[in-house]
Design a protein around this ligand. Structure first.
Ligand code: SAH
Length: 252
């Protein structure tokens, strides 16, 4: 089934389903959710516990602090989400939000937005029993090199980044194309009225109405900011191996 006939769906496995849609129920993502441009299913992992206490976690083998989400319970929750996804004609990737994962970037968000949706597993405590991740070949994705207390804020961030790329969600398509990372560069600075504020003027060129010059200025600023702040992105831009620096030298 094509993207046009099926709604992009996020299925989130969590011990805190009340955290969803949370911030995604407001503003751009919230309006799109209301309009049916995407859909959200929060799956309560606790519903898949088998004892009457609703036990989902246990102490780690080998000792140590904290608790670990049980493989059997987590696997049943995953199985449920996969079945629902397949029944809706989806083939969504399974992702465990984890600080050990590959750091999320715009390119991966684009890939995910182009698919049928995502199945997201949010860890709590020390994390999830490794065997369920191995058995289901779950991809691990990180938000960055820091530790959250749970996967939910990371899931919300990932979904937000994907939803705004879905057709019809953002008003002007062009504003996406010029954004940070889309061209491999960070974005140029923005200014709005008043033209002078606290003795600070807006760059002259932006008031000139000269579209070609404005484009060139913005491109130069994007390149300068990327070079200064993110040498890693700068090196990759224009082919890496210092190609970007050579390009810069040629231009100046
Ligand atoms: N003991 C783990 C951290 C557990 S934090 C470790 O040291 O790696 C609890 C949960 O928060 C994790 O299971 C994961 O789902 C989520 N989490 C923590 N940091 C994250 C990050 N940077 N990106 C995505 N998810 C994260």
């Amino acid at each position: 089934m094509s993207q046009a006939t099926r709604t992009w769906t996020a299925r989130v496995l969590t011990l805190f389903p009340e955290m969803f849609p949370g911030v995604l129920g407001l503003s751009l993502a919230g309006k799109a959710l209301e309009r049916g441009l995407w859909s959200l299913q929060a799956v309560d992992i606790r519903d898949f516990a088998e004892d009457r206490h609703g036990t989902v976690d246990d102490a780690p083998f080998g000792g140590g602090a904290g608790m670990v989400l049980r493989a059997d319970v987590t696997d049943r929750a995953l199985g449920h989400a996969i079945a629902a996804d397949e029944a809706a004609g989806g083939r969504s990737p399974m992702i465990y939000l984890s600080p050990r994962g590959r750091v999320l970037d715009q390119a991966r968000c684009r890939e995910l937005a182009d698919g049928s949706g995502v199945i997201l597993l949010c860890g709590r405590y020390e994390g999830v029993d490794q065997r369920v991740l191995d058995a289901r070949a779950v991809e691990e994705v990180s938000l960055g090199d820091f530790v959250l207390s749970g996967g939910e804020p990371a899931a919300l961030a990932l979904i937000d980044a994907c939803v705004r790329l879905l057709p019809g969600v953002m008003g002007a398509e062009t504003s996406l194309e010029e954004e940070s990372f889309e061209a491999g560069l960070l974005e140029y600075p923005h200014y709005t009225r008043p033209a002078e504020w606290c003795g600070r003027a807006v760059p002259e060129v932006l008031l000139s109405g000269h579209h070609e010059k404005i484009r060139a200025w913005r491109r130069a600023e994007a390149e300068r900011i990327t070079r200064e702040r993110r040498p890693d992105l700068w090196a990759r831009y224009a082919g890496g191996d210092g190609a970007a620096d050579r390009k810069q030298a040629e231009q100046s």
